[in-house]
Design a protein around this ligand. Structure first.
Ligand code: NAD
Length: 321
């Protein structure tokens, strides 16, 4: 089915369910859960993905399929992208049949991908005379958070636009953790810094647990001692349990995308002139794990580098529980 043309809402009222049409491009690990929650909240959806089959359930529940990004943009009040890399964002936003072609005057594009400001800036500049609005609103919370509608969302853009989009964000995220973090590009920067620190925690935790266990300390005794110490972190206390208890390295976020995020983070540091030796090392370790275990391995797979080094898996007695 091809989308029909539709004028964007003329008022600046918040885009409430039942009245607003949301375009959504990128129905992967994250986008599939986010669109299901938008639909459940009562938004009419217009969707597109290179994999049309990814839209089957949404269409069965009343979403409209559009042939390309321009058609999505032409028939929506706001168009959202949730795409793998800046290259994909550029193709969808500015390529032939892209968002810029389809957006009506005054239309809005929100990029929720983990990306960089360059493409959004170019769309904003190209669309300035037509009143086109662009926001960056990347997310944290893994595919589990996307599915449960509890994402954390970091929004960069104008205050009025953020207020207008708030109900849309609330359909996908935790209302307490939808943060307007600054002007255009601030959302992308905050998201990259969060991932950089989390991936750094992962590598540091893998080193410490492997060394301690190899030195003869019980894994869970060591972890509890770390939790009770000033060295505690959310990763030690919570996230690492996915591996220790279940052998789950989180394939919901591919290591290829983690490497993309780390590369963008190091690039950002370079562009603002900050030396980041530790971040660069973490990026290289991630790239080594990607080369060894494959692009689709989970984002926590670098822990395996250390498990391989000590010749054992880091698992608690509760594994499989
Ligand atoms: P994914 O690869 O699972 O999904 C991306 C989707 O985009 C796929 O369905 C793909 O077919 C589609 N796509 C690619 N090119 C397209 C095009 N030209 N036109 C239309 N559709 C196209 O990726 P994901 O895990 O959902 O991640 C999406 C974004 O969210 C990434 O920027 C990622 O870094 C970020 N992110 C992911 C997670 C996570 O846990 N997976 C968490 C936070 C942020």
């Amino acid at each position: 089915m091809t989308a029909t043309t539709h004028s964007p809402a003329s008022t600046e009222a918040p885009l409430a369910p039942g009245t607003a049409r949301i375009g959504f491009i990128g129905l992967g690990n994250m986008g599939s859960g986010m669109t299901r929650n938008l639909q459940a909240a009562g938004y009419q959806l217009v969707v597109n993905d290179v994999r049309q089959e990814s839209a089957a359930d949404l269409i069965a529940n009343g979403a409209e399929w559009a042939a390309n990004a321009a058609a999505v943009a032409a028939s929506s009040d706001v168009v959202i992208t949730m795409l793998p890399t800046p290259k994909h964002v550029e193709a969808v936003a500015m390529g032939p049949g892209g968002i810029l072609e389809g957006l009506s005057d005054g239309g809005t594009w929100v990029d929720m991908s983990t990306s960089v400001p360059e493409v959004a800036n170019r769309v904003r500049e190209a669309g300035a005379a037509r009143g086109i609005r662009v926001l960056d609103a990347p997310v944290s919370g893994m595919s589990v958070g996307a599915a449960s509608g509890m994402l954390q969302i970091f929004v960069g853009g104008d205050t009025g636009d953020v207020a207008r989009l708030r109900p849309v964000f609330e359909a996908m995220g935790d209302p307490e953790r939808i943060l307007h973090v600054g002007g255009h590009g601030a959302g992308y920067a905050v998201k990259l810094m969060i991932n950089q620190l989390w991936f750094s925690h992962l590598v540091a935790t893998a080193e410490v647990l492997s060394t301690g266990v190899k030195a003869g300390v019980d894994l869970e005794v060591l972890r509890q001692a770390l939790i009770a110490s000033p060295a505690n972190s959310n990763f030690v206390q919570n996230d690492v349990l996915s591996i220790l208890n279940h052998g789950d390295y989180d394939e919901g976020f591919a290591i290829a995308l983690a490497c993309k995020d780390l590369g963008l983070s190091v690039d950002l540091a370079r562009s603002v002139g900050v030396p980041v030796e530790l971040s660069s090392l973490v990026e290289q370790l991630y790239r080594r794990a990607k080369a060894l275990y494959g692009d689709t391995a989970g984002e926590m797979t670098p822990v395996k580098l250390y498990e391989d080094a000590i010749g054992m898996q880091l698992r608690t007695a509760a594994e499989g529980a």
